[in-house]
Write a protein that binds this ligand. Structure first.
Ligand SMILES: [Zn+2]
Ligand SMILES: [Zn+2]
Ligand SMILES: [Zn+2]
Ligand SMILES: [Zn+2]
Length: 421
C-alpha cells in the first residue's frame, strides 16, 4: 500500500509567526499585498491568482481595511494570523457545497471544548477579532468560526518548512480521517518543500483493518500521552498500549521497585486511571506506591530533564546513568535523552562519525540498539523512527569496523617499529 491517501492542504495555523499567506515562507514585512496590505514574500506570490490568499481572504480583508500594523508585525507572537485558517475554512464551505460537506464530516468536539475553556480562548483570539474588530460579524457567525477552530484543533497535523523555521498545522482531508492508535500502523511523511503528505503502511494491514496514525508522541509514557490526547484531541485513549501496564512490554513508564532494589519494575495497577496505585511486578514483592508519590517523583525528574543543557553531552550521560537506577532504562524521560544523544553522536558538528573515537561509536551503537528495541514494539515495521535507527546503526557499525581495522594496523606498525634493530 503506497501513497494511499491524497491530501487537501490549504488551511494553516501559524503559531504566531509572520508568514507569506500564499507560500507560507517567513516574511519581514518589506513587501505588502498591494490590495489588502498583509505581508507577502514577493510580487510572485501576489501575482499567483490561484494561491490561497487570493482565493480566500484577500478581497475580504481589503474591503474592511484590516491588516496587521508594523508594530504587530514586529511582535514575536502576532495573534492576528490565528484568524486566517478558521476564516478560510468558513469561506471554503460557504462557496462550495461539496467542500462544505467535507468540513461537516469532521469532528470539532464542541461540548468538550466548551467545558475545558478552549472555547473561550478561541472566542478571544479568533471569533471576536473577526466579528467585531474586523467588522465581519454579518458574514461569519460565532458558531461557524468556533466550529472551524474546533476542526483545526481536532484534525490538523503539524508541518514544518524546509529549514524548520515555521511550524504550522495543516488539515489533510483524507489523512485526518485516520483513527488514532498509540502504536500506529502507518508512517506519515510531509515533504517540506511541497507540503504533500505521503502515508505508507508501516506493517501489513489486512482488508477491513483500521488504518491508524498517532496523534501524539510515541516516546511519551501513557500518563503524558493520554493527558496530551485529552487536552488537544479531546478523547480518552484506551488502545491496547494505553491499557497495558507495561506498555506492551516496552516499559516506557515503568519505575524500578525501591524494595527489591531494581530487580523488578513497578507499573500502574490500572493504567487507564491516573489515580491508580502502582505495584511491583516481582511475584515475591508486590510492593505498592501511591499515585501522589509516583507523580511527585516523575514531576521532579521531568523538571530536572527539562533543565538539562543539551549541548553538554557529558551532563546528559550522567543524568541517564544516575536515574537509570530509579527508572526503567526505557522510561520515557530517559529514552527521549537517549534518542537525542543517538542522533547527536554522528551528526552534530565535531561529532561526525569519522571524527568519533571508538568508544563513542560503541556508545552510539548501544543507543541505537536500545532504541530499536523500543521502536520494534511501539513503531514497528517501516516507520520513520524504526528506519532512521536502522540507517544510523548500519553507518555506525561500518565506521566502527573501519576504525578497529585501522587501530589494529597501527598496533602492528608500532610492534614492527619496536622490533626494528
Ligand atoms: Zn510567498
Ligand atoms: Zn491581499
Ligand atoms: Zn493509547
Ligand atoms: Zn519489588
Amino acid at each position: 500500500m503506497k501513497n494511499l491517501l491524497g491530501l487537501i492542504l490549504e488551511h494553516y495555523y501559524f503559531f504566531g509567526k509572520q508568514v507569506c499567506l500564499t507560500c507560507y515562507r517567513r516574511v519581514d514585512g518589506s513587501y505588502l499585498c498591494p490590495r489588502c496590505q498583509w505581508p507577502l514574500c514577493s510580487e510572485t506570490c501576489w501575482q499567483s491568482e490561484d494561491g490561497p490568499h487570493q482565493r480566500y481572504e484577500c478581497e475580504l480583508l481589503a474591503s474592511k481595511h484590516v491588516h496587521p500594523t508594523m508594530e504587530e508585525l514586529k511582535q514575536d507572537d502576532c495573534r492576528l494570523y490565528d484568524c486566517i485558517a478558521p476564516l478560510r475554512i468558513v469561506l471554503d464551505g460557504q462557496r462550495n457545497p461539496e467542500r462544505s460537506r467535507l468540513w461537516l464530516g469532521l469532528e470539532d468536539h464542541r461540548m468538550y471544548r466548551k467545558k475545558i475553556g478552549i472555547w473561550q480562548i478561541d472566542k478571544h483570539t479568533v471569533v471576536d477579532p473577526v466579528r467585531v474588530k474586523w467588522q465581519l460579524g454579518d458574514r461569519f457567525g460565532d458558531d461557524e468560526l468556533q466550529r472551524a477552530c474546533g476542526i483545526l484543533e481536532v484534525n490538523a497535523f503539524e508541518v514544518c518548512d524546509e529549514d524548520k523555521s515555521i511550524s504550522a498545522r495543516a488539515v489533510y482531508s483524507h489523512a485526518c480521517l485516520m483513527a488514532h492508535d498509540c502504536v500506529p500502523n502507518t508512517a506519515c511523511t510531509v515533504n517540506p518543500a511541497t507540503q504533500k503528505m505521503t502515508v505508507r503502511a508501516a506493517v501489513d494491514i489486512s482488508a477491513g483493518q483500521m488504518i491508524t496514525t498517532s496523534y501524539t508522541f510515541t516516546l511519551d509514557g501513557t500518563l503524558r500521552r493520554r493527558a496530551h490526547l485529552k487536552e488537544t484531541k479531546f478523547f480518552d485513549c484506551c488502545c491496547p498500549r494505553c491499557s497495558d501496564p507495561t506498555e506492551l512490554g516496552s516499559h516506557l513508564s515503568s519505575l524500578a521497585c525501591p524494595r527489591c532494589s531494581g530487580r523488578n519494575y513497578t507499573v500502574p495497577e490500572d493504567p487507564l486511571n491516573p489515580e491508580s496505585y502502582w505495584k511491583c511486578q516481582g511475584e515475591q514483592c508486590g510492593n505498592r506506591i501511591g499515585p501522589s508519590q509516583v507523580n511527585q517523583l516523575l514531576t521532579c525528574l521531568q523538571r530536572k530533564a527539562d533543565e538539562l543543557n543539551y549541548d553538554d553531552t557529558r551532563g546528559l550521560e550522567i543524568f541517564i546513568e544516575t536515574w537509570s537506577s530509579i527508572l526503567h532504562p526505557n522510561h520515557s524521560i530517559l529514552i527521549g535523552i537517549k534518542y537525542y544523544l543517538c542522533h547527536f553522536y554522528g551528526n552534530a558538528p565535531g561529532y561526525q562519525l569519522r571524527e568519533m573515537p571508538l568508544h563513542l561509536l560503541a556508545r552510539k551503537m548501544k543507543l541505537c540498539e536500545e532504541l530499536l528495541g523500543v521502536a520494534l514494539i511501539l513503531e514497528p515495521g517501516a516507520s520513520n523512527f524504526h528506519c532512521s535507527l536502522i540507517r544510523e546503526l548500519e553507518l555506525t557499525e561500518r565506521e566502527f569496523a573501519r576504525g578497529q581495522t585501522s587501530e589494529e594496523d597501527n598496533e602492528t606498525t608500532d610492534f614492527e617499529d619496536d622490533n626494528r634493530p
